[in-house]
Design a protein around this ligand. Structure first.
Ligand code: NAD
Length: 259
């Protein structure tokens, strides 16, 4: 299905941990479409994951960066633009983690330093990534920045816990930064609200199997897979969507029938 939609385009892809990761599938699709990129993940994920395998397959390099560290992000942007030989056309933020979820704390029993850490990783990191790109003037005009979110930002899914609040914040950052990035640099910023997907982060949600089956039944087109999410992201990185910005784009058709 490759059409060289991203031929000549360069970017950074955050969050490929293993072959189930949405970012992993996206990296493979971007590569098929002719895009060139740097892969990045938190230093700890490098040791656990298989990102080097993906780098080899996609002819890319890996630059570790903790997405909560402004210093790491500044270095990443500098080294990525140097390696790729110029400014960037696309960036994928595919990062999420709740310490409360990991430690089994209920929404009504949050430990707030866990809450703060999860918010920093899952939500504020998107602002930090964009601010690093903006200050370094690292994006080309008509570039595209995408982050992944979930519908729990709009509807109540009790087991999604504090990630619901993190996603609401992330979507707001996309709109707010999207304004400045659009006005000043003609760069678009969107979030894709993806279906439940069996990945490491997805399966961390309590009752995930029941949840994914429910979503499948509620969606006229069925759940979107990670590979389909990668296709959608490619379309948002391509020149075919140059005037789409500051949008939260649902990718599972559930939303309309719940209105
Ligand atoms: N899986 C789902 O059901 C689902 C649904 C909707 C949205 N999403 C979102 O998709 C995105 C990708 O998640 P996934 O499902 O592919 O799971 P995943 O576990 O494969 O990816 C999450 C990534 O976040 C990275 N990460 C965590 N802390 C980090 C840090 N400090 N700095 C840099 N990277 C860090 C992890 O190393 C991992 O690569 C997340 O934003 C997630 O919330 C997932």
């Amino acid at each position: 299905m490759a059409n060289q939609l991203l031929s000549g385009k360069k970017g950074i892809i955050f969050g490929a941990l293993d072959e189930n990761s949405i970012a992993w599938k996206t990296a493979e699709r971007v590569f098929e479409e002719g895009g060139q990129f740097v892969l990045t993940n938190a230093p700890i994920a490098m040791r656990m994951g298989k990102i080097n395998e993906l780098a080899e397959k996609t002819n890319s390099i890996v630059i570790p960066a903790d997405a909560t560290s402004e210093e790491d992000l500044a270095k990443l942007v500098e080294q990525a633009t140097e390696h790729l030989g110029g400014k960037l056309d696309f960036v994928l933020h595919s990062i999420g983690m709740s310490v409360n979820v990991r430690k089994g704390r209920a929404y009504t029993d949050e430990k707030y330093d866990f809450t703060a850490k999860g918010w920093d990783v899952s939500a504020l990191s998107f602002h930090k990534v964009m601010q690093s790109l903006y200050k370094a003037d690292a994006m080309n005009e008509w570039g595209s920045i995408v982050a992944l979110t979930y519908m729990a930002a709009q509807r109540t899914f009790p087991d999604y816990n504090d990630m619901a609040d993190n996603k609401a914040y992330l979507e707001s950052v996309a709109r707010s930064f999207g304004y400045f990035f659009g006005k000043e640099k003609k760069v678009r910023v969107n979030t894709i609200s993806q279906s439940p997907t069996p990945t490491t982060a997805g399966q961390g949600v309590k009752g995930f199997d029941a949840f994914i089956n429910y979503a499948e039944k509620m969606s006229p087109l069925g759940n979107a897979t990670a590979a389909e999410c990668a296709d959608y992201t490619v379309s948002l990185f391509s020149d075919l969507t140059r005037k789409v910005t500051m949008q939260n784009l649902f990718h599972d058709a559930v939303s309309p029938i719940q209105e």
